[in-house]
Design a protein around this ligand. Structure first.
Ligand SMILES: NC(=O)C1=CN([C@@H]2O[C@H](COP(=O)(O)OP(=O)(O)OC[C@H]3O[C@@H](n4cnc5c(N)ncnc54)[C@H](OP(=O)(O)O)[C@@H]3O)[C@@H](O)[C@H]2O)C=CC1
Ligand SMILES: CC(=O)C(=O)O
Ligand SMILES: [Mg+2]
Length: 560
């Protein structure tokens, strides 16, 4: 039997059969497709308290406790505020990193806590928080997607667990990353939790320790590669489009670079895809650099950039800096790239290495003598900006930071590798070794540092990703364009105030986070309209207000 909806050219999500939205796909399913027998029920009593969507914990008031058979199941102390109030109060004195991952501390939802959570995921696995798709599901991925209880999905964060932060291959336990990043999207970007879908594609792991770990929760096989891998990914990408349509954002996260660049290129023309490690990072880091110019002076083109790490994050950031420089100076991007140098595990990327380089490194192979170490590269190139994206901790040594401080009045030092253990240096090291002159930001957070009587507040760069996304969603864009990433950078940089600069900050702090997110979303949306990539028409008059109105607010609702 042919799919009736496609024959009639109907949007499968539009009303069918009696004017009811066919959200479960039953009316449009063919005879050989599976249909899930969904039922609706009203939770009460003990089961209501076990339902994370509806449980308000100690915030249930007396009337609700009576109406929903909750008497005696909760202590009588009540809380009236927002979600989290009671859990913070209840758990913080005893909280550990892992307790935070269970949702008791929003500010620690992502790095570094999420790294530890992934390493221990098998041991702390409680209830499923996303979809696991492995070879066992090959040929049935559409059916698996339909098992997810929420139907109106706006953003999927998907990983295959091969490069989890700087911790390497954590296989299926990488699920902590999509869960963590989507939690940030909700908390900071205002994305409704029910519209978020975390997915882990389990193709095995090459992590021997996990393969031999009795608590490992994934497939116990070495990673599938080549055609087998591409076919599973392709089935997933096709099923997502079939189930959720064109407009769902698929964010690739923490794939190893030998797959990440190819997936982005392959699906960039057919799906709304975004790689946060390549594109989101670039946009956020560029914003920090543009803001830092207020402290150091000059334009981007007046600076020299050196990266330790030439993978997804390093080359992604480098490319966006070169693009922005090119727009500002009207120089071709091939020229502006020459202001940017990268070091990988074999040393400085130079033209004599070109033949053996991975494709994403080739544009950075400039004419230069080979250099083996970072310290030698720093002393030779004399960068004004040093960026760590190597995934290797403690690589910005005292000598490296001192060298940066010897030829820069205010060296810009970004230690972006996550989690904290992999950070290229700590905030304290950056400030003390540069005698308080470094402008420092990191991927994983560091506490403020006191040096010679002055308090320095390091920038937390990682919290700024989610804001970009809402710009895509608000206007229903169907493709991500580099100019939209530049628009996000511009708006984020513009949110750093003089007061922030006075403290040495190059990113805005948490206060007013929703408003800042709305400004970024609006700038991204404006660019999407300019590029003709926004499908929400007519264009809302005030895009900031519109972005704010689209944001989900985590408030407990009253139950009848
Ligand atoms: N703060 C943020 O926003 C983000 C941070 N990151 C962090 O950046 C790190 C890297 O991620 P990603 O770029 O995706 O990883 P990749 O694996 O794509 O790249 C890592 C790069 O670092 C190089 N490298 C590894 N070891 C060394 C070493 N000892 N000396 C010099 N270079 C080295 C690798 O060299 P080679 O190619 O020769 O192997 C490679 O070029 C991770 O820790 C991740 O958490 C990532 C995205 C966002
Ligand atoms: C922040 C991030 O995406 C990473 O470290 O991979
Ligand atoms: Mg990542």
């Amino acid at each position: 039997m042919r799919d009736e909806a496609s024959v009639l050219d109907l949007d499968p999500k539009s009303t069918v059969a009696g004017g009811v939205r066919d959200v479960y796909g039953e009316d449009t399913a063919t005879e050989d497709q599976f249909v899930t027998p969904w039922t609706l029920s009203v939770a009460a009593g003990y089961s209501l308290l076990r339902d994370p969507h509806h449980n308000k914990g100690l915030a249930f008031n007396d009337k609700e406790r009576d109406a929903h058979y909750l008497r005696g199941l909760l202590p009588c102390s009540g809380f009236s505020g927002a979600p989290g109030e009671e859990t913070d109060a209840h758990y913080s004195p005893v909280s550990t990193s892992i307790a935070k991952v269970h949702g008791h501390d929003g500010s620690s939802v992502y790095t570094p806590t999420v790294g530890e959570a992934c390493q221990k995921y098998g041991r702390i696995f409680g209830r499923p928080q996303g979809l696991y798709i492995s070879f066992k599901e090959k040929g049935r991925i559409l059916e698996v997607l339909r098992n997810w209880p929420e139907k109106n999905i706006q953003v999927i964060v998907v990983t295959d667990g091969e490069r989890i932060l700087g911790l390497g291959d954590l296989g299926c336990q990488g699920m902590g990353i999509p869960v963590g990043k989507l939690s940030l999207y909700t908390a900071l970007g205002g994305v409704r939790p029910s519209a978020c879908l975390p997915v882990t594609i389990d193709v095995g792991t090459n992590n021997e320790k996990l393969l031999n770990d009795e608590f490992y929760i994934g497939l116990r096989q070495r990673r599938a590669t080549g055609q087998e891998y591409s076919e599973l990914l392709h089935e997933f990408m096709s099923a997502v489009k079939q189930n959720y349509g064109e407009r769902v954002l698929i964010q690739f996260e923490d794939f190893a670079n030998h797959n990440a660049f190819d997936l982005l290129a392959k699906y960039g023309t057919t799906h709304l895809v975004f790689n946060d490690d390549i594109q989101g990072t670039a946009s956020v880091v560029l914003a920090g650099l543009v803001a830092a110019l207020n402290l150091v002076g000059g334009t981007l083109a007046d600076h020299r950039f050196l990266f330790l790490g030439a993978g997804e994050a390093g080359t992604g950031i480098a490319e966006l800096i070169a693009l922005e420089m090119s727009k500002q100076t009207n120089m071709p991007v091939e020229e502006t790239r020459k202001k940017i140098w990268l070091v990988d595990s074999k040393g400085l990327i130079v033209s004599s290495r070109k033949e053996s380089l991975q494709h994403f490194k080739k544009p950075w192979a400039h004419e230069h003598e080979p250099i083996k170490t970072l310290l030698d590269a720093v002393n030779d190139i004399k960068p004004t900006v040093l960026i760590g994206t190597s995934g290797v901790g403690r690589t910005f040594t005292k000598e490296v930071v001192e060298a940066m401080a010897s030829f820069n009045e205010r060296p810009i030092i970004l230690a972006l590798s996550n989690p904290t253990s992999q950070s290229e240096c700590t905030a304290e090291e950056a400030y003390t070794w540069s005698e308080g002159r470094a402008i420092f930001a990191s991927g994983s957070p560091f506490a403020p540092v006191e040096y010679e009587g002055k308090v320095y507040v390091p920038g937390k760069q990682c919290i700024h990703f989610p804001r970009i996304w809402s710009g895509f969603d608000n206007v229903c864009t169907i493709r991500v364009h580099d100019d939209m990433l530049l628009a996000a950078s511009e708006a984020l940089a513009a949110q750093v105030t003089q007061e922030n600069f006075d403290k040495g900050l190059i990113y805005p702090p948490f206060a007013n986070i929703r408003n800042i997110s709305a400004q970024i979303a609006a700038n991204v949306a404006t660019k999407a309209y300019e590029l003709g990539l926004a499908t929400r028409l007519p264009q809302p008059k005030d895009l900031v207000k519109y972005a704010e109105s689209c944001m989900y607010s985590p408030a407990y609702r009253s139950y009848r």
